[in-house]
Design a protein around this ligand. Sequence first.
Ligand SMILES: [Fe+2]
Length: 370
Amino acid sequence: MTDTIPTPQAPAPDILRCAYMELVVTDLAASRSFYVDVLGLVVTEEDDDAVYLRSLEEFIHHNLVLRKGPVAAVAAFSYRVRSPEELDRAVAFYTELGCRVERRAEGFTRGIGDSVRVIDPLGFPYEFFYDVDHVERLAWRYDLHTPGALVRLDHFNQVTPDVPRAVKFMEDLGFRVTEDIQDAEGTTYAAWMRRKPTVHDTAMTGGDGPRMHHVAFATHEKHNIIAICDKLGALRLSDRIERGPGRHGVSNAFYLYLRDPDGHRVEIYTQDYYTGDPDNPVVTWDVHDNQRRDWWGNPVVPSWYTEASLVLDLDGKPQPVVARTDTSEMAVTIGADGFSYTRPEDSARAGDEDVLPSWKQGEYKLGHQL
Ligand SMILES: [Fe+2]
């Protein structure tokens, strides 16, 4: 759809990991209640306009900033870099690409020093920092842990119209693909990319964008995710559950998708695998494989494919959303023209006849059919 983003001559900044997301929320008290009282994130600091939250194993100031604002959106996808000098590289890298770049020695949020924010060539607000206040790592404070304890920020997930274009740019930024979803015609529907040695620090999901699909926090074990579901039920908040719990095909992780009071999607995620070797094999899934998104073949609800959060420019205005022109994953797997199979040997006749049992045809939830 659009021209390839050129590879800059300037070297990419050395990114360590996804570090925090800044979310704009319309009702700060309601969001605080969801993330603190329900999900158990720890308040590092707060004021009338913002709440700074961290997970239990984190030692940097925050993994999530909730900032009060008029439009629910994402203000920053923030990454930690290996040294202060990497910020100079970030400035040079994005400046060469013609991106808007803003650097603040005092940082953009509390607890974090010298930082660079950019609007990247894909339209996303990205931040890079090294300097940060250290706070108490609560890993051993089991007196504070709940049955559904969130222990780390795991990854972001971004919605973008042209996944191969986004992947090529992210590879220039130093990311490596670990898994993707394609079809035989060569369309790529999604890709997972990492800096730290897990399946991903961020993923690119094909759709109208730039938008934010979800932010994911990790628990230690699968049972912690079940405990979150039980707690939501006990609080009569089961309508916060959008999809899951389940086992992903992609990433092999156990998952649960929730929606916060503004509709921002949060994933609870655990037990993916090590990817740190340079020859880590890339796993490619067929878009028609009914186990790619859920290893048990459970439906993906339509809202999960279609809904996502706006992202902001550096002035706080929502970025315009560009429509995807490639076929959508929902269209090729749901409904009259879409198809899925469970066994690869069934794939040849899939599409000509229904190869899934009637009760599995169409990846939608009963009562929410397209
Ligand atoms: Fe995810």
